[in-house]
Design a protein around this ligand. Structure first.
Ligand code: FAD
Ligand code: UDP
Length: 354
């Protein structure tokens, strides 16, 4: 159940072992949140910008069986008031902010602006202890508040620890060894993975209760709280609305610009043609607006607080008692998985179960 990356990789592994598989998904397309739609010669990342990155040669080889990847490196920019900054924080950012020219000057400067906080307890304290007030308020506070609809003091530092802080001019967003974008889009990659598997789109799992008559095992990749009728309470998700616009020419000169001011209602603008080499005269941009948790929009990001983890653990206990149903993916495991992690988890689950 679910043709996102977890469901599709698991299905691919099952057919490779001679099982017969059917995939259902309530959406009208495959791929879950990595779905790309081709408009003219531009692949639109319909659920937000997706850049593939991993340190695992096995996972890199796995995805390269189903797609050819180009050598795209993610180098987003930040717009704050009237200035554009290099991001993630690197020597060029420190140069733009303070005229810093060398790694040593950069380290000294950050040392002087860091706040001394013993055992930082949340995202704000951790950020202040690493980069000080000016960088925190320029790059982090507004963006994080908008994105998570919560004060950064209420969020775990783990959310931001994945961003590098570098004392070199390297502005690669990721530290991983392998990175790229599938040249024909993610949908094409998923199509290749599940080639030959029947897929029923527009089919909600809850539209019937006798799926088990058709399959002796069900893989469920939807919301875990929904599966158990929220008996232990709701698990909140951060949601987003995407607003796509067609323009002529080049809108912003980069695939991805973050707007870190709290007063700007969107968090980022994606310009899809910069993910690929295309000389299209048109361009499609996408504004990303954070949504309230209680909105009806799709669930995207689990919110990893201690309270929510406790709720999730109660649901996990229930899953361990299931005989014919297994669970996996961002929604069923309530885990902030990136693509390589979800693929790794699905491959591992397939190895164990199949
Ligand atoms: P999903 O893709 O959510 O798949 C679940 C599927 O189940 C969906 O297709 C859904 O329709 C279906 N489903 C749910 N409920 C039902 C039901 N009741 N009946 C039938 N079907 C149902 N990762 C990276 O590595 N790099 C990035 O740059 C990156 N950027 C991201 C940007 C955004 C805005 C978001 C939201 C995520 C990003 N990710 C990124 C993470 C990536 O999208 C996920 O790791 C991956 O898509 C998770 O796959 P999944 O199969 O677990 O879940
Ligand atoms: N972040 C920030 N400013 C930025 C970009 C990111 O403060 O310009 C913080 C924010 O809290 C975000 C976290 O870093 O949730 C992780 O960013 P990432 O780009 O990895 O988020 P995702 O791709 O999951 O949206």
């Amino acid at each position: 159940m679910g043709s996102g990356l977890f469901g599709s990789v698991f299905a691919q592994q099952a057919i490779a072992r001679g099982k017969s598989v059917i995939i259902i998904d309530k959406r009208d397309h495959i791929g879950g949140n990595v779905f790309t739609d081709k408009v003219g010669d531009i692949n639109i990342h319909m659920y937000g910008p997706h850049v593939f990155h991993t340190d695992s040669i096995d996972i890199w080889k796995y995805v390269n069986k189903y797609a050819s990847f180009d050598n795209y490196i993610h180098r987003p920019k930040v717009k704050y008031k009237d200035s554009v900054y290099s991001f993630p924080i690197n020597l060029l950012t420190l140069h733009q902010l303070w005229g810093i020219n060398t790694p040593e000057e950069g380290q000294k400067k950050l040392q002087s602006v860091r706040l001394e906080i013993d055992n930082p307890a949340n995202l704000e304290e951790w950020s202040l202890s690493q980069v000080g007030e000016e960088i925190y308020s320029t790059f982090i506070r507004g963006y994080t508040k908008k994105q998570w609809k919560r004060d950064p003091k209420e969020l775990p530092a783990s959310i931001i620890k994945r961003l590098p802080i570098r004392f070199t001019f390297d502005d690669n967003y990721f530290n991983h060894r392998y990175q790229g974008i599938p040249t024909q889009g993610y949908t094409h990659m998923v199509e290749n993975m599940i080639d030959g598997v029947p897929v029923e789109l527009g089919t909600d799992y809850y539209s019937r209760d006798d799926w088990i008559r058709y399959a002796h095992t069900i893989l469920f990749t939807g919301r875990i709280d929904e599966y158990y009728n929220r008996v232990h309470g709701s698990l909140p998700y951060r949601s987003l609305t995407f607003q796509h616009e067609l323009h002529k020419g080049d809108y912003q000169g980069a695939s991805h610009v973050n707007y870190t001011e709290e007063s700007v209602p969107y968090t980022r603008i994606t310009e899809h043609k910069h993910f690929e080499r295309t000389d299209s005269n048109n361009t499609i941009i996408t504004f990303e607006y954070p949504e309230n948790e209680e909105s009806d929009s799709d669930p995207y990001y689990p919110i990893d607080t201690a309270k929510n983890r406790d709720i999730y653990n109660k649901y996990r206990e229930l899953t361990l008692q299931e005989k014919d149903t297994i669970f996996g993916g961002r929604l069923a495991e309530y885990k902030y998985y990136d693509m390589h992690q979800v693929i790794g988890a699905a491959l591992q689950k397939a190895k164990t179960i199949l």
